[in-house]
Design a protein around this ligand. Structure first.
Ligand SMILES: NC(=O)c1ccc[n+]([C@@H]2O[C@H](COP(=O)([O-])OP(=O)(O)OC[C@H]3O[C@@H](n4cnc5c(N)ncnc54)[C@H](OP(=O)(O)O)[C@@H]3O)[C@@H](O)[C@H]2O)c1
Length: 182
């Protein structure tokens, strides 16, 4: 099973424009189409409550959305068992539980707190990062401010439009042998 962390970012590493949660107000149509295709093709999608709250996902029978929150009770009214669930499980426990199924890949769609928690625990296999050729100066980053030391290798980088939106895929290096590739 592959765990994929996916984000769209500016060149200065911002995943929100000055804190505004509405990402589609600035991401390219190409990225939105790409994201929608991946979203439709993945059954299990994990996000933090900070990503869920501003734009709650609509449950459907093709997905199991798992939203991390310290207070699952607060979200009871949204819950649809098997489709939209809220959990206070640790990232490690959650991934171990999902691994017991037959899932080929799972998608972690942010935000920064959740990305940091999964990266810290070495639970991410690949980072799929779209770079939009923009600079916002202020806004959230792909991780929160803490000491991390994560090494990655570029798998692919595709220019997808005139303005130069880049769609990249990185493998997260997790063991000694991989690290020695440098
Ligand atoms: N550009 C992009 O690709 C992209 C993608 C996703 C999100 N975003 C943006 O990022 C922003 C949200 O990011 P964020 O960092 O503020 O929030 P987030 O990572 O989506 O969610 C943070 C929340 O997750 C819960 N949480 C964190 N760690 C947990 C743990 N170990 N166990 C259980 N629950 C845990 C807490 O919820 P409770 O407070 O409920 O306990 C916490 O407040 C939004 O503005 C969104 O639009 C951008």
């Amino acid at each position: 099973m592959k765990t994929i962390l996916i984000f769209v970012s500016t060149l200065d590493g911002k995943i929100t424009k000055w804190g505004d949660p509405m990402i589609r107000s600035w991401s390219s149509q190409d990225d939105q189409d790409y994201f929608d295709a991946i979203w439709n093709d993945t059954r299990i999608i994990i996000m933090g409550s900070g990503t869920f709250r501003p734009d709650p996902v609509k449950p459907d029978s093709k997905h199991l959305f798992l939203v991390l929150t310290k207070h699952p009770d607060k979200f009871k009214s949204y819950e649809v068992p098997g489709q939209l669930e809220f959990t206070n499980e640790s990232p490690l426990h959650l991934i171990e539980r999902i691994k017991e199924g037959l899932e080929k890949k799972i998608l972690i769609v942010g935000g920064a707190q959740i990305a940091t928690a999964f990266l810290r625990e070495q639970l991410i296999d690949e980072l799929w990062l779209t770079f939009e050729p923009k600079i916002f100066g202020m806004g959230a980053g792909i991780v929160i401010s803490e000491k991390l030391d994560i090494k990655l290798n570029l798998i692919s980088c595709d220019r997808v439009n005139e303005i130069g939106t880049l769609m990249t895929k990185y493998k997260v290096l997790r063991n000694e042998r991989e690290m020695n590739i440098k």
